[in-house]
Design a protein around this ligand. Structure first.
Ligand SMILES: C[S@@+](CC[C@H](N)C(=O)[O-])C[C@H]1O[C@@H](n2cnc3c(N)ncnc32)[C@H](O)[C@@H]1O
Length: 243
């Protein structure tokens, strides 16, 4: 549901049927499988019929950051270790990656990350409460390079609208990609949304990654000489765009 410049986003859009991922179970290790079975009750969130109660899940009041598509979770662990006063919620559909993360959480005693293994579209639409997050980060979402696959990309107007609904009034979004055409799409979609302001100034990418740790996918691209584009946005208060 694209929003016009004169109105604020209203109800979250309806679930779409095209998925932004392909499930690849192939390379799950026995240790990751075991972690999914044994550590899930401690770190995993199984979705129910009610919206999630994040305060109960993390057992405290804290700033909450959501990462969508964390891959193997290494950069998420790095962030959570550096900010023990914050809570981190990770959504990832790739079970080997989730297993990898669970193993690290237990081995390193990291307790401020909780994990959801499901489609972010579904989680945002049906399970996450409105205005429950301080920040959302999506680092190197699948670029879907072929034009006929662009509709599978995560960063689309209805998805961005969903993010807007889940953020607190002073919330932020941090996106990164190493695919130029996707960077341009991100910029276009976010610039057109009336509820977000670009922290670097209109039409500009952020100068470097800031405090974001590098990710596995990013390093692979850098070995091939790929450039990286970061885009940081803040949620605008309703009054600033309802003129
Ligand atoms: C290109 S990888 C990047 C992983 C990680 N952020 C990194 O930079 O190393 C994109 C990840 O997003 C996940 N993903 C894609 N669509 C998703 C969705 N709708 N819900 C949850 N995870 C998704 C994929 O499974 C994949 O692991």
């Amino acid at each position: 549901m694209p929003t016009s410049a004169k109105t604020q986003p209203e109800n979250p859009p309806q679930l779409r049927s095209i998925t932004s991922f392909v499930r690849r179970e192939g390379r799950i290790t026995p240790a990751q499988k075991k972690a999914l079975a044994q550590l899930w009750p401690r770190y995993g969130i199984s979705l129910g019929a009610e919206p999630m109660d994040l305060e109960a899940i993390f057992n405290r009041k804290a700033e909450r950051i959501l990462e969508i598509g964390f891959g193997n979770g290494d950069s998420l662990v790095e962030q959570a270790r550096a900010a023990p006063e914050k809570d981190f919620l990770g959504i990832e559909v790739h079970r080997p990656g989730v297993g990898h993360l669970l193993l690290r959480l237990e081995a390193e005693g990291v307790d401020n990350i909780r994990v959801i293994c499901d489609d972010a579209w579904k989680v945002l639409q049906h399970h996450l409460p409105e205005q429950s997050l301080q920040g959302v980060q999506i680092f190197f979402p699948d670029p879907w390079p072929k034009k006929r696959h662009h509709k599978r990309r995560l960063i689309q107007p209805p998805f961005v609208d969903l993010l807007w609904h889940k953020l607190k009034p002073d919330g932020w979004v941090h996106l990164a990609t190493d695919w130029q055409n996707y960077a341009a799409q991100m910029m276009a979609v976010l610039s057109q949304h009336p509820g977000f302001g670009n922290l670097a100034g209109e039409g500009r990418f952020a100068q470097g990654p800031g405090e974001r740790p590098s990710t596995k996918f990013e390093r692979r691209g850098q070995q091939r000489g790929y450039q990286v584009w970061d885009l940081k946005l803040k949620k605008l208060l309703e009054n600033s765009f309802c003129k």
